[in-house]
Design a protein around this ligand. Sequence first.
Ligand code: NAD
Length: 432
Amino acid sequence: MKISVAGTGYVGLVTGVCLAEHGHSVTCVDIDENKIAIMKAGISPIYEPGLEELMVRNMERLFFTSNYQEAYRDADVIFIGVGTPEKADGSANLKYVYEVAEQIAASVENDCVVVVKSTVPIGTNDKIESLIQSKLKHNVKVSVASNPEFLSQGTAVKDTLHTSRIVLGVEDEQAGEVLKEVYASFKAPIVVTNRKSAEMIKYASNDFLALKISFINEIANLCEIIGANVEDVAHGMGFDSRIGNKFLNAGIGYGGSCFPKDTKALHWLANFHDYELRTVKAAIDVNENQKLKLIKKSRKYYESLKGLNIAVLGLTFKPGTDDLREAPTLVNIPLMIEDGANVKAWDPVGVENFKKLYSEGITYCSSIEDTLKDADICFIFTEWDEVKDFDLKKYSQLMKTPIVLDGRNCYDLEDVQKQKLVYDSIGRETVK
Ligand code: NAD
């Protein structure tokens, strides 16, 4: 079977590489010529644990090109994995998906199945099929199937090779059979449904997870007010199998390229149909406030940030990725700079991407120690292992005033209590 994948971002490249690992021959297509050149040299253009090794191991089955005509012409299956970012009004921007659909229509000379992996609003697969049908250059049969992606950045390779489920939204039996063949060697439950339900499974899953995070964050905020400990609360809740113990970590809110845009897009879609998704709206609102939690906490210690030396640990929206999309730092660091603070920042993989956005106003450090030196206050935004394993003694040794605001609850309160630190985290008592 000849497989092509449109888009070599976190979803497209991981999909292509993992399909190659399962023995398929895969052509990865991207409009970004730089990315294509890098991948041809066996280098992954994104940071994702294990991806480059797997890519190199499967180079004989992997092809990289920006020539979409060649890649799509005689493909049996074409996956679409391009971005669907947020528009200013919260709806999904489908420009890139429709561009690929047009490119497919102009190129295919064989019957094929077009598989939409990008997260798209309910009904989009129908529109993609109509668009392709109306623009086909050759007299061939093109079926469109929805196959949403559930990987998480930071564990994308593992999540794809050992996926929790494969969701197939199909309107014709043959497309379903072709996709079952593609995934024949994957050991995962397969859910076959129609296209709209498959599209909805993706949004409902992401929005439910976002809601779970916003819920525990609100409980954390109340814990702080009334003197309870959110970690103990989450631990106690997690034993109930109806609740589960995952995704109950309180913090400064979710970020990344999915939860923020997928909550807003579903809320927008519901509104468009005159329905108010109140739970999803609440998740969005809570998250917006939560992102500013540490800045608000800092006012307890300093009236203004002006002239302060601020140490920032972690720039990315979560550990294990170089992705900054919707990271809380993107809101917080500009506020610090605007207030006149001197910001020093450390991140093991996110610095280069952050520099592209903020080349001035921040001193980037290559170690946590350098970042903390002479700091008046420290903000922890990402729970990298290097931060969690950092020797707590060093905060008071290196900082001018050892005040640590931890947005990811990296440390045990008992360990912190043994140190000379002011430690203010999320949903737990402040250690002074
Ligand atoms: P991304 O921004 O990392 O990558 C998109 C890629 O598509 C870019 O390399 C871009 O150059 C390329 N592209 C744009 N137009 C193209 C075209 N016409 N032909 C070929 N390539 C083209 O995006 P991503 O994070 O991988 O997300 C892709 C989709 O998957 C989105 O809909 C997203 O919501 C969904 N998704 C993402 C994740 C995630 O964790 N990132 C998880 C599940 C689902």
